[in-house]
Write a protein of this length. Structure first.
Length: 235
């Protein structure tokens, strides 16, 4: 309990430094409110990935609003969206509790993602020309840069962007949306074990991206199949 309390205090201190950018006072109210809500949602998602919002801890909208420099309303709206996504649960008269996930749930997510993404990637590997794969190089390099810096939130964004771009070559927007939602869920921290992914794990994951892209550009289907399956096995 003492360790959990210390972790929550440390997380609170990190969140306290976060601020949502000030809005243009000349913007229309509806647009401004929507923009703030979106920025708060992005900030909360980053805090989840970083472990700044600890699994099992309860956070109130007014307190989070004070940390982010906004009112409680956009925080509450953003938290309601996260509740729909399964990241938090509503605690009546208190706020929102960050979901407690275990290794089993993470394994289930990896299995479903593999069922969706692996067949699509293998099909695309047989039909997409090398030039289109090479165009994704900056996205793969962005994951390498974020991993080397140990920036977990930036890595999470870059990781999903790379996978979205790969799957986007299928032309199936619904598939991309479903896969991205599952991917986002897989990035939330576990209640057991280290709160943060180790930098070495991020670096290894990013290296798999570049190796996969190299194999796709080269048209080496055997290597592509091996790398794709290993990538999800390690998720």
């Amino acid at each position: 309990m003492e360790r959990a309390g210390a972790r929550a205090t440390e997380a609170s201190a990190r969140c306290a430094t976060a601020r949502v950018p000030e809005q243009d006072p000349g913007a229309r109210g509806g647009v401004r409110r929507s923009s703030v809500r979106g920025q708060v949602l992005d900030a909360l998602r980053a805090a989840l990935v970083d472990g700044d919002l600890a699994p099992g801890e309860v956070y109130s909208a007014p307190a989070l609003g004070e940390r982010f420099g906004v009112s409680a309303t956009p925080v509450r709206e953003a938290m309601q969206q996260l509740a729909l996504e399964g990241a938090v649960e509503v605690v009546p008269n208190r706020g929102f509790r960050v979901a407690r996930r275990g290794a089993r749930e993470l394994g289930e997510l990896a299995e479903v993602r593999a069922l969706i993404e692996v067949p699509v990637m293998l099909r695309l590997a047989r039909s997409v020309p090398a030039g289109r794969w090479e165009a994704l190089r900056p996205l793969a390099e962005a994951t390498v840069t974020a991993a080397a810096a140990g920036d977990r939130a930036r890595y999470a964004d870059a990781d999903r962007a790379f996978h979205r771009a790969l799957l986007g070559l299928s032309g199936n927007g619904q598939l991309v949306q479903v896969a991205d939602d599952l991917h986002r869920r897989s990035q939330w921290p576990l209640v057991t074990g280290p709160v943060h992914a180790r930098r070495a794990d991020l670096v290894a994951d990013a290296a798999e991206h570049t190796a996969l892209l190299d194999a796709l550009v080269a048209g080496d289907l055997g290597v592509v199949q091996s790398l794709v399956r290993e990538h999800f096995a390690g998720s």
